[in-house]
Structure formats: structure tokens, C-alpha cells
Design a protein around this ligand. Structure first.
Ligand code: HAX
Length: 388
């Protein structure tokens, strides 16, 4: 007998449930609580909303917020890593414009790795973080055929400015776009260790594939409609609502439910209150676009939907989740096409997943790392015999 604490009794009923609730490991970057949502390295997300993405990336990799000097040094370090290797744009030129942006993102990350891998976990993770803004901007431009006069990548600028400058959309307020994208990135960088994309990325890396292969795989996991693509569906849903009138919105919500469709932007598997990431985005919207029609619709939804959803006692949390507001804000600043929204989610998660991969490869188990993932499966129909 050992003194080890039993964390979970695994029974036959746990089989074929997607590892739901089965303890797998520990996570050094983030955890989620029902009342305060995600915490990065112990800080509840509401305390981190106004930090720069670079400072939050530093936090996830170093487990402490940087002081001013560390912050400046880290920004300079990212700048020194930022230039894309030759060959990546050649790959983007060949991709079908009808392909989903998430497939472009996955292939783009793979291409970055094929053109330059260092074989050092931390360097590869930080190089990828530093190269993401340019890759993201180029994905928009090549997919939309806007390939002439692409501005040079000024690597001395912030991550978000480099994306906004590469994208270089006409008739947009670039400062406003930068604020919305910065906030989006900070809010979406990490969400515990067991969400599908993070788990996928760490599993791939456990076989000692590269950071690039692991994160490209994580992006493929994120692209599914039950995972990251929910944020695309949320804006599509808001556009379908079409009116901010309370009675109209209530009619729409009730009709969606009676047709058996989800009310997007509401509900959560862990939280029991409104997601603080939704609250933060509503606060930002009040500052930058209170009169925007989509913003008015989501404000009405925020009032109406929890009341209607509460009538169904099965729904554990009828309140707004992170996806309710991000689409309306991105749309307002000129990022109008919802098919791209999951790529922002993916861009943000590169930091969290990258930091967790580095932890599992070089920090966990006193530096030995977590071994190759190998959960147990039983032959169908013979579970009990094998358990006994
Ligand atoms: N609209 C309609 N039905 C809902 C609902 C919603 N917003 N939220 C929950 N339900 C239903 C569930 O589908 C489930 O029905 P069944 O028992 O028939 O399967 C029942 O209510 C109980 O669900 P739950 O226990 O409260 O919540 P789950 O953990 O099963 O699901 C979801 C959590 C987020 C998937 C769910 O609330 C949902 O589908 N929401 C709408 C889609 C959406 O906004 N997705 C974005 C999620 C954001 C996120 O988590 N990001 O990380």
C-alpha cells in the first residue's frame, strides 16, 4: 500500500466518454473554476484583460508577470525571432482559395516548421509565437488574392501591430482593430490542459514530433464545429437574429430552441456564471462600438437568452460564454468574414499550447518530461473480463 491519494475511481461507465473527467496530468499554465473562469498562472482572467499579449505570453512561459525591464527584453527577443523563413509564402501561393482559413493556418504552421526547425522545444515555441502575426496577415492576403504591395514586416512593432500592418485593410481604424485583436488574444491564450486542441498538441509532442507538427495538429483539432469553430457559428447566429428588439430576439431564441438548434454564445461545461471573458468583451464594446447594430443585438441576447434558457432545468449555465461577443467586435473593426474567426482563436492558443508543450517536454517530472501518451483501450465487449 502506498499513501498516494485516489483522484478518481475509473469504472466501466467511464469508457468511451472521451476521457471526460479522468485525471491525466497537471497543468502549470492555467486552470478554470466555475465562478471565475480561466486563470493564467493563478491570476483570474479579469485581472489580466488590459495587459499586452506579449506580457501574457511571458507569463505563460515563465509563470510570472514580467517587470518593465523583462517585458522590454522579451519584446526584443520576440522581434529577433520574427522574420519568416524563406519558402513559406511559396506554399501559401499554392493553396486553394476555397479552403477553410483553419486549413490554411494548419498548413502555414507546418510550412514554417518545414522551412526552419531548431530541435529546441522552447526556441521553436517562441519562434512560432513570433512568426504568427505575419503568417496570419499573409493567410488573409493570399486567400483573398490581395498579393500585390504587401507591406514589409516591421519586426520592431508589437505582435498585433505586425498583423494589422500586414493585413493593411483600407478604411479601417487600425488603432481600434489593434485594441480588439489584443484583447481577443489575451482572453483566448489558454484554457487548462484537457481541452481537445491542447490535449492533441501535447499528445503529438509526446511522441517527439516537432512543436510545429504538434501545433498544426492542435489547429486541426480546434477547427471542428464542436470546438473552436463555435466562434464562427456565434457571429453567423448573431447576423441571423437581425434585430435588437427585445420581443423579436425572444421570438428568435424560442424558435431556435423549438427547432432543436443551440442558442450560440450561451452555456458552458465548467462555468456556473457569465464567463468573465464575455464580460470583458461587453465592457470593451461599450467603449468602442455602443451603437453598432450587432453589438446591440448581443446586448439584447445577453438580457433575453439566459431568462429563456433558464426555463430548461437541464441547462446548467444559461449565461453568456466567451463566444457571444468576440465576433461582433471583430466585425465592427473591419474583420467581417466569420470564417476567419477561429484562426484568431488558433493564433491566441499557440502561446498556451506552446507553453504547455514546453512544460511537458522539458519541465515536468524533474525535467524528464511526460512519456509518450498511451491511454488504455479494451477489446469491445470484453471490458469487465480485462478489468478483473
Ligand atoms: N442552447 C441550447 N441547448 C443548450 C445550451 C444552449 N446554449 N446550453 C446547454 N444546452 C443543452 C445541452 O445541449 C444539453 O442537452 P442534452 O442533455 O439534450 O444533450 C443540456 O442543455 C445540458 O447541457 P449542459 O450540461 O448545461 O452543458 P454542456 O456541458 O452539455 O454543453 C455547451 C456546454 C457550451 C456545449 C452548450 O452550452 C452549448 O451547446 N452552447 C451553445 C453553443 C456555444 O455557444 N458554444 C460555444 C462554447 C464556448 C466554449 O466553451 N468555449 O470554450
Amino acid at each position: 500500500m502506498t499513501n498516494e491519494k485516489v483522484l478518481c475511481e475509473v469504472t466501466e461507465n467511464h469508457l468511451n466518454t472521451g476521457l471526460r473527467g479522468i485525471p491525466v496530468g497537471t497543468c502549470r499554465t492555467s486552470f478554470v473554476t466555475p465562478s471565475e473562469g480561466v486563470h493564467y498562472c493563478g491570476y483570474p482572467i479579469r485581472e489580466l484583460v488590459d495587459f499586452s499579449p506579449e506580457d501574457i505570453i511571458y507569463l505563460l512561459f515563465n509563470k510570472e508577470l514580467p517587470n518593465l525591464e523583462q517585458s522590454a527584453q522579451f519584446k526584443a527577443d520576440l522581434s529577433s525571432r520574427a522574420t519568416l523563413p524563406n519558402g513559406v509564402e511559396e506554399v501559401l501561393k499554392t493553396l486553394p482559395k476555397t479552403g477553410h482559413p483553419m486549413d490554411w493556418l494548419s498548413i502555414g504552421i507546418h510550412a514554417l516548421g518545414m522551412c526552419d526547425t531548431t530541435e529546441n522545444w522552447l526556441d521553436d515555441a517562441l519562434n512560432l509565437v513570433a512568426r504568427m502575426p505575419r503568417l496570419m496577415g499573409l493567410i488573409f492576403r493570399y486567400r483573398e488574392g490581395r498579393t500585390s504591395d504587401i507591406p514589409v514586416d516591421d519586426v520592431s512593432k508589437s505582435l498585433v501591430e505586425r498583423f494589422v500592418e500586414t493585413l493593411d485593410l483600407a478604411n479601417v481604424d487600425k488603432a481600434k482593430m489593434s485594441k480588439v485583436v489584443s484583447t481577443y488574444l489575451v482572453l483566448h491564450m489558454d484554457h487548462g490542459g484537457g481541452n481537445l486542441s491542447t490535449f492533441t498538441g501535447k499528445s503529438i509532442a509526446s511522441g517527439k514530433a516537432t512543436v510545429y507538427s504538434a501545433i498544426a495538429g492542435a489547429m486541426n483539432a480546434l477547427s471542428g464545429p464542436l470546438h473552436g469553430r463555435a466562434n464562427q457559428s456565434c457571429l453567423e447566429f448573431v447576423l441571423k437574429v437581425g434585430s435588437s428588439d427585445e420581443a423579436e430576439v425572444e421570438r428568435f431564441v424560442r424558435n431556435e430552441l423549438s427547432e432543436g438548434r443551440p442558442v450560440f454564445g450561451f452555456g458552458h461545461a465548467v462555468l456556473s456564471v457569465e464567463d468573465p471573458r464575455a464580460t470583458a468583451q461587453f465592457e470593451l464594446g461599450e467603449k468602442i462600438c455602443p451603437e453598432d447594430e450587432n453589438f446591440k443585438i448581443i446586448k439584447t441576447l445577453r438580457k433575453v437568452a439566459p431568462r429563456v434558457l433558464s426555463e430548461n432545468k437541464k441547462i446548467r449555465n444559461p449565461n453568456a460564454n466567451v463566444d457571444i461577443a468576440s465576433g461582433a467586435l471583430l466585425h465592427h473593426v473591419g474583420l467581417k468574414d466569420p470564417t476567419y474567426y477561429t484562426t484568431f482563436f488558433g493564433w491566441a492558443r499557440v502561446a498556451g499550447i506552446g507553453a504547455q508543450i514546453v512544460d511537458e517536454r522539458v519541465n515536468m517530472r524533474s525535467g524528464k518530461g511526460v512519456p509518450i501518451y498511451r491511454p488504455k483501450y479494451f477489446p469491445e465487449g470484453q471490458q469487465l473480463r480485462h478489468i478483473e
